[in-house]
Design a protein around this ligand. Structure first.
Ligand code: MTE
Ligand code: MO
Length: 197
């Protein structure tokens, strides 16, 4: 009993350096969705980036698959305090997608099938930090987790990783998305505990 108490105390005094403040580890993959799970057939799926000039660049599923595909190994952190370490994904980098687009704006609103939105700066989408991900753990992404494809922005809290992503609209200002309008932080860095306003 005494030993158990000492061990527990020691563990609490030595936090895992991979774990942002206020987070706990989980081995499950919880599902957090604000609405029903959309089912999007691949032959109807598309991803679109709309610029300030109203110009759309659109990729079909097969066009997305023809782009360079990256393996991503990363930790993910939900604002509800669970973190999952060492997750494996495959996807196309936002650097690749944004390279096809001519924009001078600094922000994007991310849109999803079902109406979910979240706001991100292009600094958070570029530089090897964000992907349109379609595989998790070597398997096609489950619909519950955003399949056929979701945004993956693992350096920010996971609400920024929009499931069932359908595209980005370039924005002049950092207008708030769905959770950001409902009290979540506009940026959401887990290391700075940017949880709520
Ligand atoms: N389209 C959409 N994307 C979403 C959400 C959602 O409700 N709808 N929830 C967000 C939140 S709050 C979290 S924590 C993660 C959860 O992803 P998971 O269900 O794969 O764990 O998805 C994010 N992306
Ligand atoms: Mo979340």
């Amino acid at each position: 009993m005494a030993e158990f108490t000492r061990g527990f105390g020691a563990r609490r005094r030595t936090p895992d350096p991979s774990l942002p403040p206020g987070q706990y580890l989980t081995d499950d993959f919880p599902v957090l969705s604000a609405g029903p799970t959309p089912r999007v057939p691949l032959d109807q799926w598309s991803f679109r980036i709309r610029t300030e000039k109203g110009l759309d660049t659109t990729w079909s599923w097969s066009q997305l698959m023809d782009l360079p595909i990256e393996d991503v190994h990363t930790d993910i952190h939900c604002v509800t305090r669970w973190s999952k370490l060492g997750t494996s994904w495959r996807g196309v980098s936002l650097d690749t997608l944004l390279a096809a687009v001519d924009t001078d704006l600094g922000y994007a609103m991310v849109h999803s099938y079902g109406g979910y939105t979240t706001n991100l700066s292009l600094d958070d989408l570029r530089g090897g930090k964000a992907w349109v991900a379609f595989e998790f753990d070597g398997q096609p992404l489950d619909p519950e987790h955003g399949g056929p494809a979701r945004l993956l922005v693992p350096h920010l809290y996971f609400w920024k990783s929009a499931k069932w992503v359908t595209g980005l609209t370039m924005q002049k200002h950092d207008d708030p998305g769905f959770w950001e309008q409902n009290g979540y932080h506009t940026h959401g860095d887990p290391w700075l505990e940017e949880r709520y306003w």
